[in-house]
Ligand binder design. Structure first.
Ligand code: HEM
Length: 538
């Protein structure tokens, strides 16, 4: 068929590819001009002022001045690695996604991160961890952008700026650990009690992982999968580390923060370099795609809720192995950009209002972070599937497009066979019924329960895990100035468990309030305890 005229690359149009790697016998400018001196600027005499006409000086300094790009607004601190994913072939009953086929090997790039700290912050702080995976599949790039905690702070993405503002340092001093920042964080989570479940996970040992290699990962939201016959299921994604789930103690985390702030980054890179390639199994929890989108009374569209593994076992569907460290942190770990809309045929989104906002936010943020709309062309983000889009020009454009104007239908472009619906290999949205309704900002009644699953988590912990949780709440709340905030958070704890509340209240020297909602009768879920472990390491 010859080169594709619509999205021709430089090679296809005869323009030589640019070799921008720093090598060769001679030092040159960016335009390839050979230089004879890069150590001395051009001056009016040996002791004279520097001349504006020194184009090499100006290019060298100008480029240096612009070496930094904005750090991510959240998850700025991270470490990445390359690897591969191999499907087991058993997921075809749920999804037609090709990369899950038996023995299909797909290259991946994974970026682990903390959420709140800046690019140079310490690794071992108490925080949620990001676990974002880019699968370069033959059907297009699939981004699974998850965390090491299976639930989120908020039920609706419209609150994301609020929760992040409440947790980030204050504008005046920019001190991340300032008491004022503790006040605003605890103020937010005690007012928005939907955040209590995620916060309890943060106060548990999950908030201070031993290593990225010993973290679970969760897609958090429920996704909708479609099989080859068009049948749909609701699905939650899980990553299970082969090394098991392990954490630091709080004392270890604090010491390491001072002694080796790069502890997790170093641990990941050293392990990969030594050939101890970390592995995770990808697992699915699968639920029937019912009209109410509930499973055993749990609202699958509420991202502050999980589904206990005892009632929906995680089924392993493939294995991820990280085998190669990045060669250039900026080009790979910094420039990698994820997008929830990077989906493949067989995997679709649901109406979870947090997921819906994320579908907008990630692309939007790349426009400033990566300088324009062409960030998917950066080497680390380039799809491994052929690209034939109608997107043109813009900042950072790398393709040299030829042919006629990109629009469809089009009878002048050499007969492109594009007809909507004709391509069976194409992504097609799952055609689910949307309930007849009126516009509203109301939420379903099922979103009102903020405490049952937090209570279940607490009751599932072993005594030593409970001890750590009490110590973490006591330490963190003791950093608040505002008595009213501490008291309101104690009230939230009373609504989770009287014993938890009483122990933290004692530590703070405050009276323990009584619960204001009935304490639900929930069964512990052993898989939530990392001492029991949810999947045994082999
Ligand atoms: C970045 C996870 C909710 C906006 C990230 C990253 C992860 C992540 C892992 C780091 C990606 C990387 O390594 O480059 C999650 C999870 C969420 C969640 C699991 C909830 C289930 C949200 C929401 C919003 C949001 C609700 C906004 C409405 C962002 C932004 C970035 C980010 C703007 C920076 C992206 C970049 O600059 O590349 N998130 N996030 N996130 N997240 Fe989220």
């Amino acid at each position: 068929a010859g080169p594709d005229r619509r999205t021709a690359t430089g090679e296809a149009t005869g323009v030589p590819a640019v070799d921008v790697s720093a090598r060769g016998a001679h030092l040159t400018t960016a335009s390839g001009l050979r230089l004879h001196d890069t150590d001395h600027s051009l001056k009016a005499g040996p002791r004279g002022p520097t001349l504006l006409q020194d184009h090499h000086l100006r290019e060298k300094i100008t480029h240096f001045d612009h070496e930094r790009i904005p750090e991510r607004v959240v998850h700025a601190r991270g470490a990445g690695a390359h690897g591969s994913f191999v499907g087991y072939g058993n997921a075809h009953t749920v999804t037609r996604a090709g990369f899950l086929g038996e023995g299909v090997e797909t290259p991946v790039f994974v970026r682990f991160s903390t959420v709140l700290g800046s690019r140079g912050s310490a690794d071992t702080v108490r925080d949620t961890r990001g676990f974002a995976t880019k699968f370069y599949t033959q059907e297009g790039t699939f981004d699974l952008v998850g965390n090491n905690i299976p639930v989120f702070f908020i039920q609706d993405g419209i609150k994301f700026p609020d929760v992040v503002h409440a947790a980030k340092p204050h504008p005046d001093r920019e001190i991340p650990q300032a008491q004022s920042a503790h006040d605003t964080f605890w103020d937010f989570v005690s007012l928005h009690t939907e955040a209590q479940h995620h916060t309890l996970w943060n106060m548990s040992d999950r908030g201070i992982p031993r290593s990225y290699r010993t973290m679970e990962g969760f897609g958090v939201h429920t996704f909708r999968c479609v099989d080859a016959d068009g049948a749909t299921s609701l699905v939650k994604f899980h990553w299970k580390p082969r090394l098991g789930v392990h954490s630091l103690t709080w004392e270890e985390a604090q010491l390491l923060g001072g002694i080796d702030p790069d502890f997790h980054r170093r641990d990941l890179a050293d392990a990969i370099e030594a050939g101890a390639h970390p592995q995770w199994e990808l697992g699915l929890q699968v639920f029937p795609d019912t009209e109410d989108q509930l499973f055993e009374g749990i609202d699958l569209l509420d991202p502050t809720k999980l589904v206990p593994e005892e009632i929906a076992p995680v089924q392993p569907v493939g294995l991820l192995t990280l085998t190669r460290n990045p060669t250039n942190y900026f080009a790979e770990t910094e420039q990698v950009a994820f997008h929830l809309g990077n989906l493949v045929p067989g995997i679709d989104v649901t109406d979870d209002p947090l997921l819906q906002a994320r579908l907008f936010s990630y692309v939007d943020t790349q426009l400033t972070r990566l300088g324009g709309p062409n960030w998917q062309q950066l080497p680390i983000n380039r799809p491994h599937a052929p690209v034939n889009d109608m997107l043109r020009d813009g900042y950072g454009q790398q393709a040299v497009h030829g042919g006629v104007a990109p629009y469809k239908p089009n009878t002048l472009d050499g007969g492109c066979p594009f007809h909507a619906g004709a391509d069976t290999g194409a992504f097609q949205e799952a055609l689910v019924r949307v309930a007849e309704s009126t516009k509203t900002r109301d939420v379903p009644a099922s979103y009102d329960d903020h405490f049952s699953q937090a209570r279940q988590f607490w009751l599932s912990m072993t005594p030593v895990e409970q001890e750590h949780i009490v110590a973490a709440y006591t330490f963190e709340l003791s950093r608040c100035f505002e008595q009213v905030v501490r008291e309101r958070q104690l009230l939230a704890l009373a609504n989770i468990d009287a014993d938890l509340c009483a122990q933290v209240a004692t530590g703070l020297g405050l009276p323990a309030p009584a619960a204001t909602v009935p304490l639900p009768d929930v069964a512990p879920s052993p898989a939530l305890s990392q001492v029991g472990g949810s999947w045994p390491a082999d």
